[in-house]
Design a protein around this ligand. Sequence first.
Ligand code: S3P
Length: 173
Amino acid sequence: MEKLADHIIFIGFMGSGKSTVSRRLARFENMNCIDMDTYIEREANMKIPEIFKLEGEAGFREREWAFLCSMIARERSILSCGGGVVTNDSSRELLGQLGCVVYLKVDAAEAVSRISRPETRPLLSGEIPPAELLASRLKYYEQAADITIDTNGKTLYQVVTAVQKALRKEGKL
Ligand code: S3P
């Protein structure tokens, strides 16, 4: 696969800890950290629920794709992606070309218990229960992942340490 950049990219379901783990790792490794949801909200000048309402999920996925494209020319960074980015075929393919993809694995029940402001995630209050949504995405996460870290029952520190160890082994840190 042709590599277009050398980022460290976190994927995983809502509540898997992508944003927190990314920030912590960036601090430890003295790297730049970019959060996809925050970037999209700034660019759109709208909050995510508003984007979903006005542009639908398809519009939001387009914005995710545009975000990933804009990362080709960026300095090496840690990217924290939105949980559904892997559902779009073009985005999923591009993820692999943007660097090393780290999948933070979590069970639906633990994910939901970790989310403090569910109203900020439109798909959590949608028709599909979280466990079903996660099940429908598992194959995509697995397909996209270079490294998989199981986060169930682990503390933030344990997860970050496991990520560092795995990335070092791959020569990515
Ligand atoms: C989504 C996850 C959210 C956000 C949006 C859609 C999803 O990001 O991008 O609400 O489809 O799973 P987090 O995974 O950071 O919560």
